[in-house]
Write a protein that binds this ligand. Structure first.
Ligand code: LLP
Length: 421
């Protein structure tokens, strides 16, 4: 459920008509709902009730400062994967003890930043990373709590570009080598082994791959404990999928996912962390765009929008589906037209959908891409010198721009021409 509904024939974000926001900020823009973000965070928090736990929002999905402040105020931790994301978390007031640092290529500078500013744990992904982290910790006179990310060799049954838990993927250390790697970690002076980390992929629509991975983690917990390691925390990653197509069957709910966690690892007495991103932010955001032209092609009509692949790259990059709806509610039984829905960027890949049935639209009409709150704004670029589009947050009947559209001068003046040219 989300809070983007038609009321009196107009699509609203909570209590604000989206056409009103469009009139105020111009299109295209992203719009997020505070109520939906809050609801989704709470679903996870409640799903883990009864377990000592922390929901660490994966901010890579949507890292706007206002979204992070909201998450922080709700009590969430965050999962960060770069020094930039770490800085964002601190800037939003999230304390170091609620920040988890993941990622396969952490640099020495990023390690120094997080160790000096405060960190809950590092999820270490390789032996060279472990050695460097220990060195940096020793040089700063601290000991850093770590988990080792294990790769359980489980097929997440998701898009190949976002599957991470198979042995051919770059992530984690092979679970078969875990005992050896944990022994090395325990011998390093700057590290304190506290747990195990696993993340097998994103947009998972079935529970079974999680079940297989978590069962392996449970088994490994016992083995590592028998080897003398203190395993008191399990970071189970993110990845629970969302319904992108309302007409399709919905993926499992956070509550069912929580039950699965209790069933597979609940008996171990560990503190549980999860790192959901998409399920919290995805359906809490939409992208509003205007129709520039309706163009008659050879045997097809093109709906040319003012949003493009640089604003929302998921369809071009993963062939992803986003529901697209008009801001004015179509009348029941209204005639449908079929469109290829495209942006103005000079690539054929700038296609959001082919042969999509929509109510007939004209120049100036407004439409919304649903489920665009995750991996939307954060993956956008200024390709074709198209300014990053504004982000707007709604709460009840209030809205605010939480990232303005940059001016063309700001964009152009970021470049400089060397004096010798
Ligand atoms: N934890 C780790 C270590 C991750 O790598 C990810 C996502 C998450 C948590 C959060 O996963 P989520 O709950 O959001 O599925 N750009 C792609 C998705 C990339 C996901 C990368 N890692 C897309 O638009 O589908």
């Amino acid at each position: 459920m989300d809070h983007f509904l038609y009321k009196d024939g107009r699509l609203h974000a909570e209590d604000v008509p989206l056409s009103e926001i469009a009139a105020s900020v111009g299109t295209p823009f992203y719009c997020y709902s505070t109520a939906t973000l809050t609801r989704h965070y709470r679903l996870f928090d409640e799903a883990l009730a009864g377990l000592d736990h922390l929901v660490c929002y994966a901010m890579k999905s949507n890292s706007n400062q206002a979204v992070l402040k909201l998450m922080g105020d709700l009590g969430a931790g965050v999962d960060v994967v770069s020094g930039g994301e770490y800085r964002r978390a601190i800037a939003a007031g999230i304390p170091g003890e609620r920040i988890v640092f993941s990622g396969v290529g952490k640099t020495e500078e990023e390690m120094r930043l997080a160790l000096s500013g405060g960190i809950r744990q590092f999820n270490v992904e390789s032996e060279p990373e472990m050695a460097l982290l220990s060195q940096v910790a020793v040089s700063l006179g601290v000991t850093v709590p770590i988990t080792v990310r294990v790769n359980p060799d489980v097929d997440a049954r998701t898009h190949e570009k976002i599957a991470t838990g198979k042995s051919e993927n770059k992530f984690g250390i092979p679970i078969a080598r875990a005992r050896e790697v944990y022994a090395q970690a325990a011998a390093l002076p700057g590290l304190k082994v506290i747990g195990i980390d696993v993340h097998i992929g994103s947009q998972l629509t079935e529970l079974e791959p999680f079940e297989m991975a978590y069962a392996k983690v449970a088994e490994l917990t016992e083995v590592l404990r028998a080897d003398g390691h203190q395993i008191s925390r399990l970071d189970l990653g993110g990845g629970l999928g969302i319904p992108y197509e309302r007409s399709n069957t919905a993926p499992p709910l956070p509550l069912e996912y929580g039950d699965l966690i209790k069933r597979t690892v609940g008996h171990l007495g560990c503190e549980i962390e999860i790192e959901p991103g998409r399920l919290i932010s995805g359906n809490a955001g939409i992208l509003v765009s205007s129709v520039i032209y309706v163009k008659a092609g050879e045997g097809r009509s093109f709906l040319i929008l003012d949003a493009a692949m640089n604003d929302l790259i998921r369809p071009a990059m993963y062939g992803a589906h986003h529901d697209i709806v008009p801001l004015i509610e179509p009348e029941a039984g209204a005639e449908q037209s079929t469109y290829d829905i495209v942006g103005p960027v000079c690539e054929s890949g700038d296609t959001f959908s082919k042969a999509r049935a929509m109510p007939a639209l004209q120049t100036g009409d407004l439409i919304a891409f649903r489920s665009a709150g995750a991996y939307g704004a954060v993956m956008s670029s200024e390709y074709n010198t198209r300014p990053l589009i504004p982000e707007v947050l709604v709460k009840g009947d209030q809205f605010a721009v939480i990232r303005p559209r940059p001016t063309y001068d700001e964009i152009i003046n970021r470049d400089s021409i060397p004096e010798w040219l």
